[in-house]
Design a binder for this molecule. Structure first.
Ligand code: PAF
Length: 284
């Protein structure tokens, strides 16, 4: 595996691969790899002949009060993990290399970035769309793989490739969970053992909503949402940022529950760690 930090170099190597008719799969990440990232890398290995993993803690997707400085980083640890997964290139540029001195462009999606996480994180999705556009240009992938935990990010990037004519297939990977159900996230490392127990409220709220849908022929969406909120608030130190039932593709609020209805939630755990999770309500 090659560790590349230069934008020119990653561009050259991926352009040469294109000429050799390799199928390039990109896995964009912010590092601090866990099993969820490794699963994306494995999927990438199956979808193409060359895997590029980008590792970049993107400053323009963090708000001024968010955890940019505290975000966990360990390049050497991540390098070894990516190498073990058969990744061909780990692209880990410095901030200055990606943005230069006079960077002023933003890729911005309107409707789809407004609700859910976008409502509380102004500018976040512009930062994501901008960096992912740059990564697409730099690494020329045929396919890019993203985790489904970031439901809104995935829907937004699918819309972006349509709107901006990127000839790139966007593939979602199912959420990877710990054995007790907690969705894997680099931010889980901020939690103490007790806080981690409370963080299980997201998974419990999802489980209860799915159960309610399974048990009843019809269930009113507001009732489902209220019950999810009740479960979350029953856990010490957990506050709801949002609980919504939305269509997995458009993110529009659902009026009835169908095959595409997703319960999506964001919870602040002990005032410091913001976790998100989601699940299809009619999934087995
Ligand atoms: O999901 C993430 O880790 C980030 O939002 C991404 C897609 C790597 C862009 O910085």
């Amino acid at each position: 595996m090659r560790l590349i930090t230069s934008t020119d170099e990653v561009s050259q190597i991926t352009t040469a691969w294109r000429e050799e008719r390799q199928r390039i799969v990109l896995v964009p990440t912010m590092g601090w790899f866990h099993e969820g990232h490794l699963a994306l890398m494995r999927m990438a290995g199956k979808l193409g002949t060359r895997t590029v993993v980008s590792l970049f803690v993107n400053p323009i997707q963090f708000g001024p009060k968010e955890d940019l400085a505290a975000y966990p980083r360990d390049l050497e640890r991540d390098r070894l993990l990516a190498e073990k997964e058969g990744v061909d290139v780990l692209f880990a540029p410095a901030v200055g290399e990606m943005f230069g001195k006079h960077f002023q462009t933003r890729v911005s999606l309107s409707l789809i970035s407004q609700g859910l996480c976008g409502a509380n994180r102004p500018g976040h999705f512009d930062g994501v769309a901008t960096i992912v556009s740059k990564l697409f240009h730099l690494t020329c992938p045929h396919t890019a793989v993203f985790g489904e935990k970031d439901l809104q990010q995935l829907a937004l990037l699918r819309q972006m490739v349509i709107d901006l004519n990127f000839a790139i297939e966007i593939v979602g990977h199912p959420i990877v969970r710990e054995s007790d159900g907690l969705a894997m996230s680099s931010r889980n490392s901020y939690l103490t053992e007790d806080e981690r127990q409370d963080a299980l409220c997201l998974y419990k709220a999802i489980g209860s909503a799915k159960q309610m849908v399974q048990n009843a022929c019809t269930v009113a969406i507001p009732v489902l949402i209220d019950e999810a909120k009740r479960i979350i608030h029953a856990h010490a130190g957990c506050t709801v940022e949002y609980v919504h039932v939305v269509d997995r593709h458009t993110l529009a609020p659902c009026r009835i529950i169908d095959q595409n209805s997703v319960l999506a939630l964001a919870v602040k755990v002990h005032g410091k760690v913001r976790l998100i999770d989601n699940a299809l309500l009619l999934e087995g």
